[in-house]
Write a protein that binds this ligand. Structure first.
Ligand code: SF4
Ligand code: SF4
Length: 325
């Protein structure tokens, strides 16, 4: 049963450029422009009309866009919940300008070991993450640590939790890695690792969406009975101000927005594409967290119930639940 028919999230790609080159991501290889303030203003208005609640200013590295504070300010003024994930290379420099503007601020960190983290990101950013935590705390911000979990770093969760997140009262978000464009193998977690992840998800100040694990164990999205609601729950906007469908990762269709997002989204053509979400050949077995998370929130099924406790836990810790109703 569908609970929410309108899109709830906007993945707003400020640029595809990035100052890191992570092994599990290919976005930094794409040539890209930066979004324009006038387009954002038009789109925010239409996103509101479409019922979107959360705007994820993403990339690439979103902090590369110098106008990010302005984008956040405009979004907050309009009552959106804002979220930003950064590799922290630029956070120490721009932190004061972002103060109080990001509801869910995520710092990426995949290892407690400096060398290991830097190798995975292909850039020296471990020290910047540590510095960013200190700066954020001084500014009264409450960042989360976003830990991308692989089979080979499951056992590093404990050290990150004990030495970094717990002493700083930060939420540790466990984000099981997912495959796309054959970039990484998502199905290489052993049963033992799944059990460890589920155990960690129950610990204080740790967030793991249990539905991610349930979906993987079920073989991912099934094209004959799709759990994916990517296109109907999430609006994806590219740095070139295009509407991307059905999701960023598949990106089969692109439409110029040209100040007309509401009409475009509601058009017959787009609605027909939206109905194909999760049904494309490449959708078989998909476990892309970015779209499964909103998919679990808009339809009442077993994944909804699996996701609910962790979603409530996170929203209550962060205080974001107040804005959702
Ligand atoms: S920091 Fe983020 S956007 Fe940049 S390469 Fe790594 S995963 Fe991709
Ligand atoms: S199943 Fe995956 S690839 Fe297909 S539309 Fe959904 S998120 Fe995109």
């Amino acid at each position: 049963m569908r609970l929410i028919n309108n899109p709830v999230l906007c993945n707003y790609y400020l640029t595809y450029r990035c100052n890191a080159a992570c092994s599990f991501c290919d976005i930094w290889q794409k040539p890209s422009s930066y979004i324009r303030l006038e387009d954002l203003r038009d789109n925010l208005h239409d996103l509101k009309k479409l019922g979107v609640k959360v705007i994820d200013f993403t990339g690439g590295e979103p902090l590369l866009h110098r106008q990010l504070p302005l984008f956040l300010e405009e979004s907050k003024k309009m009552g959106f919940i804002t979220t930003v994930t950064t590799n922290c290379l630029l956070y120490p420099k721009v932190a004061p300008s972002l103060k109080g503007l990001i509801d869910m601020l995520h710092f990426s960190l995949d290892s407690p070991d400096e060398q290991e983290h830097n190798e995975s990101r292909k850039v020296k950013c471990f020290d910047k993450v540590m510095e960013s935590i200190e700066i954020a705390k001084r500014l009264g911000e409450k960042p989360d640590i976003l830990f991308t979990v692989f089979e080979n770093n499951v056992d590093k969760i404990e050290e990150v939790w004990k030495n970094i997140t717990k002493p700083n009262n930060l939420v540790l978000i466990l984000n099981p890695v997912f495959e796309y464009n054959n970039l990484v193998m998502a199905d290489n977690f052993t049963e033992k690792s799944y059990q460890k992840l589920l155990w960690w998800g129950k610990q204080q100040y740790v967030y793991l969406n249990e539905a991610f694990i349930a979906l993987r164990k079920d073989g991912g999205n099934n094209v004959d009975k799709p759990v994916c609601k990517a296109a109907s729950s999430t609006i994806v906007i590219s740095p070139e101000n295009e509407l991307i469908l059905p999701c960023y990762h598949l990106g089969i269709e692109k439409f110029k927005i040209s100040g007309n997002l509401y009409e475009l989204y509601k058009s017959k053509n787009i609605q027909t594409i939206i109905k194909q979400e999760g049904k494309y050949e490449a959708c078989e077995g998909c476990v892309i967290n970015c779209y499964m998370q909103p998919s679990f929130a808009v339809e009442l099924n077993k994944y909804f119930w699996k996701a609910l406790p962790s979603t409530m836990k996170y929203n209550f810790i962060k205080g974001t639940w107040k804005h959702l109703f």
